[in-house]
Design a protein around this ligand. Structure first.
Ligand code: HXC
Length: 520
């Protein structure tokens, strides 16, 4: 009977129990984990948190299932390590599944440990990070493990927009287990070891006869390039955890917390001369919008989200004068920066995240329009494009737009034009703001004149020149106050920094209602 023992002995037994739990699934399984190129749950938490700051919660929790031999099975910590600590000096809560303990499978008590730290994160108004490495629902436990997942999904949904939520996929994630990550704000995946799918390769082969490997189906690269489920594809556990730390450095603790301001390492007013020469002379030449973003950002640093998916749209966190900002930009380097389904979804979700957490929105527009064709129409470009309009319109954070070159038609409106509530729209002298490009416009409005002219090519050129003189510049729009200012490209960083300061206390409200109905 432990209760009858002297205090010293009780302490010794406590240490012994603790050490046994800290050893997780034991030396052999830890080695197996390392052999698979993976860190253990505790090693991951050590790498994620500032040294020595992680404090574990509910270490002594045990499962209480007796079915299918579980009654005799010890599962240290019930397969998950939970707690909180400091990341970049700020409190963050986390749950890390321990694959060495029953494959990190999620049973009733495992789930309740996760619920506990999620509830603490919400109460404390601090971010929550999940490090997933699990065989999924603990099969022997049955329905309680499904209840466990349900409770996590419910908490993910209620915490959405209140605290930042991040998931790292560092092992298998199959079936319904994929939905907690999908409900969080950002999904990181580790190449080779992380995978996500609703049904695995074997079921796919049996049901529809398709042959696909696990990596091809649901690996980090597949989800970072094809589905967009993965926001950050990372090289290793260490790389993944370091990148989570970087992302968190841009985010506030909650929707009610101040933005994390960095000491202004650089003069916000510095000129960026290279921007004067960035836009090519010919309108159909590509350039890399990321160079513009890097040029205006503090230290040229971009924390790019969805780097490998829908590359025609760039979304990234940067700092300008020490303030974190969300950047949304068409990238003419990929598909001329056209708007399509994936680009619309990518930008809309990012905008909603930034608005929820009070990060100002900085938009760079160079967009020829929406992608034509049956593929896009039948994929629902109408609905998906509408998301972008909705997301920008509902956002009440400071909204600053810079038109660098093309801003045509509906896509001009969609890229945070004044009509969607932009606080300030600037254009470079290279901007072309019009209903459509000159060639297309003249082919429609002057079809007869061109056909009947003695030299149709010369006539078309003359009409195109006249259209361009009228519309393919920023001055027509500036004259109508549709844009607020034409600026020299080299001044862009200074202008933005000044506006961010001026708009810092912006307070805008929307109609009182339960919630919007964004076209999903
Ligand atoms: C109970 C599990 C488990 C599970 C793994 N284990 N998954 N125990 N429930 N879901 C146990 C194994 O029995 C083994 O225990 C230990 O974890 C390590 O597993 P291994 O198979 O030895 O590891 P490995 O060879 O690396 O294979 C990993 C794996 C495989 C690919 C994840 O274990 C696997 O296919 N597991 C089942 C995956 C699955 O179908 N899950 C249910 C999905 S349904 P011992 O004691 O031998 O060390 C689901 C629904 C969620 O999750 C719905 C939410 C709404």
């Amino acid at each position: 009977m432990e209760t009858k023992l002297p205090t010293e002995e009780k302490i010794r037994l406590f240490e012994q129990r603790k050490d046994a739990l800290m050893a997780m699934g034991g030396e052999k399984l830890v080695q197996k984990q390392h052999g698979a190129g993976k860190l253990t749950a505790r090693e991951r938490l050590d790498a994620l948190y500032d040294a020595g700051t992680f404090q574990e919660v509910q270490l002594f929790v045990k499962h209480r299932s007796t079915l299918f031999g579980l009654g005799e099975k010890e599962i240290p910590g019930d397969g998950v390590v939970t707690g909180f600590g400091l990341i970049n000096g700020r409190t963050v809560f986390a749950a890390a599944q321990d694959f060495t303990s029953a494959g990190g499978s999620l049973g009733e008590m495992h789930a309740k440990k996760i619920w506990k730290v999620m509830d603490m994160a919400v109460a404390a108004r601090k971010p929550f990070v999940a490090l997933n490495d699990s065989g999924g629902a603990r099969i022997q436990e049955g329905v309680p493990s499904l209840e466990g997942y349900g409770g996590i999904f419910y908490r993910n949904s209620l915490a959405s927009g209140y605290i930042p939520q991040i998931t790292a996929i560092m092992g298998p994630t199959a079936g319904g287990a994929v939905y907690s990550p999908a409900l969080t704000d950002f999904v990181f995946m580790v190449k080779k070891s992380g995978s996500m799918y609703i049904t695995g390769p074997e079921v796919i082969r049996a049901v529809i006869g398709e042959e696909v490997s696990q990596e091809e189906l649901g690996g980090a690269v597949a989800h970072a390039t094809k589905s967009g489920v993965c926001h950050f594809a990372t090289e290793s556990d260490a790389d993944c955890l370091a990148k989570i730390r970087t992302l968190l450095s841009f985010l506030p603790d909650s929707c009610q917390s101040p933005l994390p301001l960095a000491a202004a390492a650089e003069d916000p007013g510095r000129d960026v001369p290279e921007l004067d020469a960035l836009v090519p002379d010919r309108a159909n030449r590509a350039y890399d919008m990321k160079k513009v973003i890097a040029a205006v950002a503090d230290g040229g640093e971009l924390c790019e989200v969805h780097e490998l998916w829908a590359k025609n749209m760039v979304v990234a966190f940067v700092r300008i004068g020490g303030r974190p900002v969300g950047v949304i930009a068409n990238n003419p380097k990929h598909n001329a920066g056209v708007l399509d389904v994936a680009a619309s979804d990518k930008a809309s979700r990012f905008i909603r995240f930034c608005d929820a957490f009070n990060l100002p929105l900085l938009t760079f527009a160079d967009v020829p329009g929406y992608m034509p064709g049956t593929q896009q129409e039948w994929a629902g470009i109408i609905t998906h494009g509408a998301k972008l309009l909705h997301a920008y319109s509902e956002a009440t954070v400071p909204k600053i737009t810079v038109v660098t070159r093309k801003a045509y038609g509906g896509a001009y409106i969609a890229m945070c034009s004044k009509h969607l509530g932009a606080d300030y729209v600037m254009a470079w002298p290279t901007a072309e703001i019009a209903v459509m490009g000159a060639e297309g416009a003249c082919n429609i409005i002057y079809r007869r004149e061109i056909a009947e002219a003695p030299d149709p090519a010369a006539k078309r050129q003359e009409l195109v020149d006249s259209y361009e003189a009228q519309f393919n510049n920023p001055y027509f729009a500036a004259g109508l106050a549709t844009i607020d200012e034409v600026i020299r490209p080299r001044e862009t960083r200074r202008r933005i920094a000044t506006l961010l300061g001026a708009l810092e206390d912006k307070a805008e409200t929307r109609l009182p209602k339960k919630h919007n109905n964004i076209p999903l």
